[in-house]
Design a protein around this ligand. Structure first.
Ligand code: SF4
Length: 459
């Protein structure tokens, strides 16, 4: 399977790609893929959530996402400002407009069931949809189980065996399944990684559509940063976490140009960009999976840093994203980008590796230095657990993205001090992430039952 730029960077809504974007797509897909005859029979729909979706689904707005998906909404197009009213109307009227066409009875509190006891065997993020022909739910029309496998990717039971959605067999001129292969092809063709990856993406959808997509992603990233930098208030969910980005921005602007400002304070700009994105994500705003929503702040923060502080032009930003997406694809293909599967090393760790490689490419690093940058960034996130307090993508997630972005920049800088020669390869680091994730106890994988999630916080 070739995981392309558009697979990896999905424009969607917060707070979670696996718990919000994935379930929304799954709910819509369940209904869309029924025959018209079956769909016309439906009077009720029930959803059962398992594993991490059941344990942290409330905090991650999985219930909201499911209702939106059943109403026919898509994460990349839903008007985020209208969501609260839509959800309130469903609860008030106990009616849901199936795919936006026909009202059926729906009671969110009982028709979405959080099964905290059972786990389905194929993946922790499982959901079973059942559609009934009668309001008493005696006559089953259809039943289907789907899995949200991270980064907004959704698979059904058949697809879960091969680990990818059907239709992913796209043909590209330079297929690769490891960084070793990618570097060898680039060496053979005498191409930079960005040029090679651009050729692949152009083969999939043409030059103009690829450029248009890259521009749309950059635009969504930067709009998200700007919204986060200018929005005050308290994040939803009950932890009473205040949005910090606007106040930090005021401080940074005040200090700008002053004498005696410590050089390291440039890193506060990087942090505030990441914090702005993740505060937007926690508030259910428009974000891009990079590679997930929980880790959505790292790549845009470093990309904005590249533009604002390294004077990287638009072509350079495109190179950044092309190379970052390949690193993210390798993390997904050979390990996981799901906190529920391998912990936060798969989310913020993968994001940091992507950002480090992207920045190195934009700064003109050699292919070997790019690989080294990604490896350093990932290596120093290995073992990181997923332990969000209250199941909300807020503590430690928001600051964790800031730290991931700062580490990514340091990794790039360090890699570019050398010639790319190093001892542990990116492929080895990714494989280590996979094995470490497999060894990690379930309570550290997005269940909010271990680690920092057990800390008492004053609300
Ligand atoms: S701790 Fe990391 S993996 Fe877990 S929800 Fe937060 S950002 Fe995602």
């Amino acid at each position: 399977m070739y995981i392309s730029l558009t697979d990896l960077f999905k424009i969607g809504i917060g707070p979670s790609s696996s718990h919000t974007v994935g379930p929304m797509r799954a709910a819509r897909r369940f209904l869309v893929e029924l025959s018209e005859a079956d769909r016309s029979k439906i009077s009720r729909v029930r959803v059962e959530l398992f594993g991490s979706l059941a344990h942290t689904g409330h905090g991650h707005a999985t219930d909201v996402a499911l209702q939106l998906g059943m109403a026919g909404e898509l994460p990349d197009f839903v008007a985020t400002e209208k969501i609260p009213d839509m959800i309130a109307a469903i609860a008030r009227e106990t009616k849901l407009l199936l795919l936006g066409e026909r009202a059926i009875k729906f009671q969110p509190l009982t028709d979405i069931r959080f099964n905290l006891k059972d786990l389905l065997p194929l993946h922790s993020n499982a959901m079973t949809f059942r559609a009934y022909a009668d309001e008493a739910m005696q006559t089953l029309v259809a039943e289907r189980t789907m899995y949200s496998i991270g980064g907004g990717f959704v698979v059904d039971e058949d697809e879960a065996f091969v680990g990818s959605p059907r239709g992913g067999e796209a043909q590209v001129p330079h297929p690769f399944d490891s960084m070793k292969t990618l570097l060898a092809i680039a060496q053979d063709k005498q191409l930079s990684l960005a040029a090679l990856l651009r050729a692949n993406e152009h083969a999939l959808r043409g030059d103009a559509a690829t450029t248009e997509f890259l521009e749309r992603v950059i635009d969504t990233f930067f709009r998200c940063i700007d919204r986060g930098l200018s929005t005050r208030g308290t994040l939803p969910g009950g932890l009473n976490v205040s949005r910090r980005a606007p106040d930090i921005l005021v401080q940074l602007k005040t200090e700008r140009g002053q004498r005696g400002i410590a050089p390291h304070k440039v890193l506060d700009w990087v942090s505030v960009y990441a914090i702005a994105v993740n505060e937007e994500n926690a508030a259910g705003g428009r974000v891009v999976t990079a590679p997930t929503n929980g880790a959505a702040g790292v790549v845009p923060a470093v990309l904005r840093y590249a533009q604002d502080f390294c004077e990287i032009d638009r072509d350079g930003l495109h190179d950044f994203l092309l190379v970052a997406s390949a690193v993210g694809a390798l993390c997904k293909l050979n390990a996981s980008i799901s906190g529920a599967e391998v912990g936060c090393q798969g989310e913020v760790g993968s994001a940091a590796a992507m950002a480090a490689a992207g920045l190195a490419a934009a700064l003109g690093a050699s292919n070997e230095q790019i690989e080294n940058a990604a490896e350093i960034a990932l290596e120093h996130h290995l073992g990181m657990t997923c332990d969000p307090i209250g199941g909300l993508v807020q503590i430690p997630c928001i600051e964790r993205n800031a730290m991931g972005a700062v580490k990514a920049i340091s990794a790039t800088s360090l890699a570019m001090r050398g010639d790319g020669t190093h001892r542990i390869s990116l492929d080895q680091a990714i494989d280590t992430m996979r094995r470490t994730g497999a060894d990690m106890q379930a309570k550290y994988k997005e269940t909010s039952q271990g680690g920092l999630a057990l800390a008492q916080v004053e609300c």
